[in-house]
Design a protein around this ligand. Sequence first.
Ligand code: HEC
Ligand code: HEC
Length: 200
Amino acid sequence: MMLSLGCLLSVGANAEPTAGQAPLSVANLVNGVCATCHGPRGISVLPKYPRLAGQNANYLMVQLMAFRSRTRGDADAVGFMWGMAAQLDDPTIEALATYYSQQKPIAGRSGDTSLMARGNEIFNNGLESEGVPACSACHGTQGQGMADFPRLAGQHEQYLLKQLGAFQNNMRDVAVMHGVAAGLKSKDMQAVAAFLQAQP
Ligand code: HEC
Ligand code: HEC
């Protein structure tokens, strides 16, 4: 089942549009719809839903457009975001992306110290034997994002693992990340994700 704005709005607080009114304001969307899953100011609590606070604005725009054009095709993208994005026009997407990029991100929970240290090592140096490049080259030394490469710092471990899996099996079809993720074993992904979740 695909969720749509309409079905969420019918249960949403005060975001119900009245007949003849202009399309939903961005504030109504953010508070009445997106916050249901992505949390207030883009700090989600449930690990299935990615944190959006402090994310790069261009990256956010590209993702919303990819959901709308149905090119980002992992299962949760299809189930949760395709219907949602279908009803967003370009100016609304731009305003949503700007809003979330301006929210202050926070670090997530710290995990096992040795696992995080291993993750830091892989993130900043790669794994030469497996052909895995240093993630920091594109995502910044603590995963804070760089140029239009997305922020990973503070992101939920579970979401990060889900995405790395989706890049490996091409459900989320992005050539550069497919190549990067190809050589990552499950325990390496877990280490990297544990490291990233705890970064501010
Ligand atoms: C019913 C829950 C739900 C609602 C409501 C929702 N989303 Fe999402 N969103 C998700 C899920 C789940 C994902 C992760 C999809 C995946 O795993 O590929 C996601 C992913 C995203 C991403 C990609 C993030 C990244 O790091 O790549 C963006 C951007 C996004 N949503 C924006 C929005 C905006 C803007 C709204 C409001 C118009 C919204 N979402 C409403 C569930 C929701
Ligand atoms: C050559 C540059 C490059 C390198 C190196 C790289 N990435 Fe990426 N990464 C990207 C790009 C570009 C995207 C955005 C893909 C898209 O537009 O969907 C991305 C996206 C991601 C995402 C999805 C973020 C989200 O919010 O959904 C994760 C997770 C990720 N990378 C993890 C890693 C890890 C872990 C490594 C190291 C093992 C790594 N990346 C190395 C370029 C890179």
